[in-house]
Design a protein around this ligand. Structure first.
Ligand code: 9UX
Length: 72
């Protein structure tokens, strides 16, 4: 079972940040798919909630120096 979650992401100031954040998210256990958009500061992850929580996903984003907040 997977869920799809949308989040806002702060601190991305150049296009390479997108690759950095996507790479971090895609490397997390339980994350099946991850995209972030520089222009809108929005991201989306498909994840298995039995493996990883939204809080753990946000922590990974913040450990990399960005800010993340799920929309719901
Ligand atoms: Mo660009 Mo982002 O020089 O972490 S890669 S600001």
């Amino acid at each position: 079972r997977t869920l799809v979650g949308q989040f806002t992401i702060g601190g991305m100031t150049c296009a390479a940040c997108v690759n950095s954040v996507e790479g971090i998210l895609r490397g997390l256990p339980g994350v099946k798919r991850a995209t972030v958009a520089l222009a809108t500061s929005l991201g989306e992850v498909e994840y298995d909630p039995s493996v990883i929580s939204k809080e753990e996903i946000v922590n990974a984003i913040e450990d990399a120096g960005f800010e993340g907040s799920f929309l719901q």
